[in-house]
Design a protein around this ligand. Sequence first.
Ligand code: DX5
Ligand code: ZN
Length: 220
Amino acid sequence: MPARINPSILAADFVNMERELGRIGTADLVHVDVMDNHFVPNLTFGPQMVERIQAVSPVPLDVHLMIADPDRWAPAYAELGAFSVTFHAEAAGEPVTLARTLRSMGARAGIALKPGTGVDSYLDLLPEFDQVLVMTVEPGFGGQSFITETMPKLRRLHEAVKASGLDVWLQVDGGITEETIVTAAEAGANTFVAGSSVFKAEDPAAAIRLLRETAARHIH
Ligand code: DX5
Ligand code: ZN
């Protein structure tokens, strides 16, 4: 099974973004972390910057919105042409309505769950989403350690997706390395965000290849 590897530019050099994007041309998508210093205690960039990233990126955008009130702000990212827009379950007022809006604008719609957020109430909503993001660290910062306790949630999602026959991508984000990617793939993930382990590598293309091949051996 193919494994998608989405490097997170949170670990890139922000003042040399175009050059940094050039180093990950073999990735599946580029993961773009939007933070508002409100939903998470960190601040990155907004739609203006994301639009420029989109213009120079060799691969399509996987936007991860760690912002309050995504019902109001998320459609702008679909509007600028992002391939995928994921918002947080904890922040959304009307997640189904928002997902439908994003899809109607041509983007894939994703819903993200913080490590402490249960999955049960979202299983029935799977047909409304193209992706579920199981956060494997507390959102806000790169370079944290993978939280293994989130894996039972991923296993439940994997079973539910399989039973439904839907093609919902299961994404993990946070602390993904050559070791933890095995754990996540075995639990049911097929889409992997990797910040530090790609951008801090001497050869990001080699890091992407290694992560992809390692995950592919354990995806089921
Ligand atoms: C964390 C972000 C992640 C982060 C992952 O809030 O959502 O995308 O960049 O970074 P690493 O891979 O370094 O844990
Ligand atoms: Zn992210």
